[in-house]
Write a protein that binds this ligand. Structure first.
Ligand code: R1P
Length: 374
């Protein structure tokens, strides 16, 4: 560990950077596209206003790569997180602590397709289940029939934000090139597996008892069409956050207040300041109520067909990432984000300092990386 981290419960550096993403307040926008791959993140970031020369870029020691810039004048972040539930968990929880107010997060990821449709098709799932390995099952045993346990488990569904889901479906439909031969599915169900191999029914040299897994999934989950590794956890965290924060103040706004450095003149009386750094020392005794949803949606590019075994070509991958990335960017930039009337510290500072941005764009410029971008 090269930096000094404070607080074992939610580690941050002295200058308030979160442990694994390395970000802090002012570096991350409320609108976020998350991808699995650095090159996908970079090619989407290249489409931001002014291109890659006009973006803030931060790569953490743990391999998370963030770009923050503007799309049509609106601050927007793109983050590459790698793969799987744990990385999605790091991203959602740590970015929540760097952003005040509502967040809109769209995953633009690849997936395997379970329907007999061309690779290169898109799915914007209306629900996702978790498909996980059951560690209580004895995988080393020869016979599965004699065991009480099933080798895999399917969870109840988690859902995207309806408006964001519709916005993404509308956007990709409108943006598809005339020559596009793929399908665009918007009412199918995704399954997020906790492994690329065993929990997605791939056969390896390990005894995974998964030769019937895909058939079982299709039988159990109506409309299931795609398999990947992150969407369920994004939907799950976003929906439980939004439900639990619809009326009460958010933990995030408390910790963001703790992480934001502001000039002492702007400090509310209830907050104490570290005189040396100007940083806030802790939550206010009287936290401001906010309504801070996390809205989530997922746009999935079908790179592999589990029916025909076909894989997408590199040329088609580039073209698909390019136009679908552009569509997601534009739709996310104009997606309305609300800030509650009893708004957060950041928004109060912002309102006091500028009238330039309306309620659809709550990003404060003070101390932000986008303040200096074109
Ligand atoms: C597996 O190859 C990875 O690809 C898919 C899966 O969800 C998993 O992360 O998504 P990304 O292309 O977004 O990484």
């Amino acid at each position: 560990m090269r930096d000094v981290f404070l607080d074992a419960n939610f580690p941050r550096t002295a200058d308030k950077r979160v442990y694994h993403l390395g970000t802090r307040a002012g570096e991350v926008a409320n609108r976020i596209i998350t991808v699995g791959h650095h090159s996908r993140a970079q090619s989407i970031a290249a489409q931001l206003d002014g291109g890659l020369d006009n973006v803030f870029r931060l790569e953490s020691d743990r391999g998370f790569l963030l770009f923050t810039g503007k799309c049509n004048g609106v601050p927007l972040s793109i983050i590459s997180i790698g793969m799987g539930y744990p990385n999605m968990d790091f991203m959602v929880r740590e970015l929540r602590e760097c952003v005040d107010g509502e967040m809109a997060i769209v995953r633009l990821g690849s997936c395997g397709g379970l329907l007999d449709i061309p690779v290169g098709s898109l799915a914007i799932p209306r629900a996702s289940v978790a498909l996980t390995r059951n560690y209580d099952y004895d995988f080393a045993a020869e016979e599965s029939e004699s065991q009480k346990e099933q080798p895999y488990r399917i969870s109840k569904p988690a859902f995207p934000d309806e408006e964001l889901h519709t916005a993404m479906h509308t956007a990709v439909n409108a943006a598809k090139p005339a020559s596009y031969k793929g399908h665009i599915l918007h009412d199918t169900v995704n399954a997020s597996a906790d492994s690329f191999y065993s929990s997605q029914g791939r056969i390896t040299s390990f005894p995974d008892h998964n030769s019937n897994l895909i058939e079982w999934l299709i039988k159990e989950v109506e409309y299931v069409a795609t398999l990947e590794m992150e969407t369920f956890h994004l939907f799950h965290l976003a929906s439980i956050w939004s439900r639990s924060n619809s009326l009460t103040h958010s933990a995030s706004s408390l910790s963001l207040q703790a992480s934001l450095t502001v000039p002492p003149d702007h400090a509310p009386a209830s907050t104490s300041l570290d005189e040396a750094s100007g940083a806030r020392l802790g939550p206010t005794p009287h936290p401001t109520p906010t309504s801070s949803k996390i809205r989530a949606a997922s746009v999935q590019m079908i790179f592999a067909s589990r029916v025909s075994q076909e894989m997408i070509t590199p040329e088609d991958t580039r073209a698909l990432e390019d136009w679908s990335g552009r569509a997601v960017l534009d739709a996310l930039a104009k997606f309305p984000i609300s800030v509650s009337a009893a708004c957060s510290l950041v928004h109060r500072l912002h309102r006091a300092s500028t009238h330039a941005q309306g309620m659809q764009n709550p990003h404060p410029n003070i101390g932000s990386v986008w303040a200096s971008l074109k």
